[in-house]
Design a protein around this ligand. Sequence first.
Ligand SMILES: [Zn+2]
Length: 127
Amino acid sequence: MICQGFCQVKLQNIIIKKCSCLRCLNSFTNKKALVRHQKYCNKHDFVKIKMPEKGSILAFKNHKHSMRVPIAVHADFESFTKPIQSCQSNPEQSYTNAYQKHEPSSFSYKIVCNGKKMKPVLYTKQN
Ligand SMILES: [Zn+2]
């Protein structure tokens, strides 16, 4: 029963990803609807991003569109950072500037299964 729910959600996500308009990021339930949309969408400018005014509060109101999940895992990891030396990178090429090494020190997680909270697990590295 639980697997069936997950499979339906996963299948739905796959369908949505395959039928999304890359121009406006709207998604469609099938390829035919996407093609029909694109004929209209291509006649207009790109979507203009409108951000909320500074200081305004956004809240989720459409709880009818939310979906219960049977299992949720809440987890957090902590680490100590140590500076590291690295070579000078070439600005002509893409690069990652590594400047810290993260040494894991602790983690914690808690599993909530069908509303029932399991005992949290906490691990802290000993020196
Ligand atoms: Zn579009």
